[in-house]
Design a protein around this ligand. Sequence first.
Ligand code: ZN
Length: 245
Amino acid sequence: MIFDLKSMNFRFNFMRGDTTLSDKLYSAREEKRILDALGRGLLREYPNPERVGCPTSEIVRGIARHRVPLVEAEPWLDHLTSCSPCYRDFSEFRDVYQFRRMTILFAIVASVLIIASVSGWVLVQKYRQRDLVQTAVLDLRDRSVPRGTEAGSHPTQGERPLEIRRTVSHLNIYLPLGSSDGPYDVRVVSPNGESLATVSGTAGLKDHITLLPIEVSLSSLPPGRYALQVRKDGLEWDSYPLVVR
Ligand SMILES: [Zn+2]
């Protein structure tokens, strides 16, 4: 009875006269208080110096560690609750067992948390890496602004071309100083003037920079020299040399 009341689904019914005070199961904490109170007595009140009728240490340890089936433990329960030395052994084994179980549980929880945070970090890094690879910044702020006349306009010769990778899918274009916000068109033009990709976007002012974010798909373009052209809605194209890698 002293052994794990909860798992035996033991119910206490306190009767006083005809009144049932409670037929609810004890909580784990209440159960422990009762066991402790009983245990304090049990530790002293049944000295058995000759150890008459005592089970082996293995059996006591097995019961304390829940390793002995209840059916096999049952015959010893009465003895354990009426022999102070055995009850003392049982209590010690049980404390060690519970401490070890708590330690293992703690270690498992800690490992799960560590694994979760490490994989979360890896995932974040992966996404960040992917975003970095797929995002390019094109800074037009210090570029001269050659006017593209027609579709086949030639960008200014000699100026270092803008460079982007074909895998890029997102462009952050820093428009020349003084550019206004609002809708813009952006296109990539071949050397012979053919427009290969045209997209639209809306520029906004951010930290004194007119930023035009756009989504592009350049994967079908062969690597080579092109022109990047930008125009404010309804105005002329501005043309910049571009190398696609
Ligand atoms: Zn004993």
